[in-house]
Design a protein around this ligand. Structure first.
Ligand SMILES: *Cc1c(COP(=O)(O)O)cnc(C)c1O
Length: 410
């Protein structure tokens, strides 16, 4: 494979023109859309309008006239289309951590008598922290059981209330088989909660076909909603009326403006809201979802795997002699849309790479991680990124004090 071959792949790429819809900083190769997605070009203008007109001029009336109050549901319905969920089953708002608290709290109440929350060691630590906090708050003897990813199926039994997993491992990119795990969980009478942080916008997700019970995700990664953009949560329609929200708040009340002293949950997905939502961020997210209209997620998957494979093959070929190794499954069907490389001195190597304008990130202890976002990453980007990585390793360019000094966000 040569650089010219990558340029030919780009010319033949049906998703290639989508790149125009994003603000790609000059000279930068951005392979961190799995942490913070790139700004879609029109979002700035849309936000300026929301601030100038809706907030600046129309003020409080905007809750009604500009649909602010319904925005979490409207945005939820747009996300639903990308994750195989029916209308009215997804609501945008809050963060993964907060939404997980809500869904996990509701789920354990739906399985009284069962005391095990099952997760795996590939889960994102915040998800495990939320479960630990909820367990301690409930204080009725729940156990958080954390097994290895390939032991999950065997660990599901009739003591398990909830199987709580992240579909794509944030480090290794290993993919859980959502349908298979959900089926085993249901046979044992357990509920499932799926974290879609590295799935939504990264690959096809079909919550309905998998019969998933509950799910949640964020929008600042592959969905490009912006820093701290609202997350979302999903509740399968037949469960919605059974949910008793542990964070009961007025935005989830059946009649919020009746100001009753007692809580009464709203029908449907809305009861999972708690309080006032960040409208500017929701408006940015709403606009950021525009490029996804009409996108075939199978085409996204095809390009994602092609980009990932190309990157991994080139990186191992050109940097293997420096100890660079592909992490995670060797079978590409069992992987999501990022590639993690085991790399000695990975932190300093990533700092040197960022200084040379190839942006990925680092995860302890020695993992350098690269996200591949088919709407705006090209095959030539992949070639150039590996070329710079090889230069940095061949010439020891990472071995400088400014690259070895650790920052707060890696
Ligand atoms: C990014 C990420 C989160 C982040 O949670 P927030 O509450 O939105 O900060 C949670 N889970 C997984 C799997 C993630 O990758």
């Amino acid at each position: 494979m040569k650089r010219a071959d990558c340029q030919a792949l780009d010319r033949a790429d049906p998703l290639g023109p989508m790149r125009q819809r994003f603000v790609l900083p000059e000279g930068m190769i951005y392979l961190d859309g799995n942490s913070l997605g790139i700004l879609p070009r029109h979002v700035g203008a849309r936000i300026a309008e929301v601030i100038g007109k809706e907030w600046g001029q129309d003020l409080i009336t905007s809750w009604n006239v500009h649909g602010w109050f319904d925005l979490p549901r409207k945005v939820g319905d747009r996300i639903a289309k990308l994750i195989g969920a029916p209308p009215g089953s997804v609501i945008a708002g809050d963060t993964i951590s907060v939404n997980l608290f809500k869904l996990l709290g509701a789920a354990v109440k739906l399985r009284p008598g069962r005391k095990v929350i099952l997760s795996d060691s590939g889960n994102f630590p915040s998800d495990l922290y939320v479960a630990q906090g909820l367990r301690d708050l409930l204080n009725v003897g729940h156990e958080l059981r954390v097994v290895e990813p390939d032991e999950v199926l065997d660990a599901i039994d009739e003591r398990v209330a909830v199987v709580m997993l992240t579909e794509v491992d944030y480090r290794t990119a290993r993919l859980h088989d959502m349908k298979a795990v959900t089926e085993v969980a249901h046979k044992a009478g357990a509920l499932t909660i799926w974290d879609l942080a590295h799935s939504a916008g990264a690959m096809p997700v079909d919550l309905a076909a998998a019969d998933a019970d509950l799910a949640l995700g964020c929008t600042y990664k592959y969905l490009n909603g912006g820093p701290g953009a609202p997350g979302f949560l999903y509740v399968r329609p037949d469960l919605q009326e059974k949910i008793v929200p542990p964070l009961a708040g007025w935005w989830g009340h059946a009649a919020p403006f009746a100001f009753d002293l007692d809580y009464r949950p709203a029908p449907g997905i809305v009861r999972n809201q708690c309080g006032t939502q960040p409208i500017l961020s929701l408006a940015a997210l709403d606009a950021a979802l525009d490029p996804w209209d009409g996108i075939d997620m199978q085409a996204v998957r095809k390009k994602s795997l092609a980009l990932c494979r190309l990157f991994a093959d080139l990186a191992v070929e050109r940097c293997g002699r420096h100890g660079v190794k592909l992490m995670g499954p060797g079978d590409w069907r069992e992987r999501g849309s990022h590639v993690s490389l085991g790399c000695p001195e990975g932190y300093a190597v990533m700092q040197a790479l960022i200084a040379s304008k190839v942006v990925g990130d680092f995860r302890a202890p020695d993992v350098i991680r690269f996200g591949f976002t088919p709407l705006y990453t090209s095959f030539t980007d992949v070639w150039d990124a590996v070329d710079r990585l090889a230069d940095i390793l061949d010439q020891h360019l990472w071995d400088r004090p400014e690259f070895l000094d650790r920052k707060a966000v890696t």
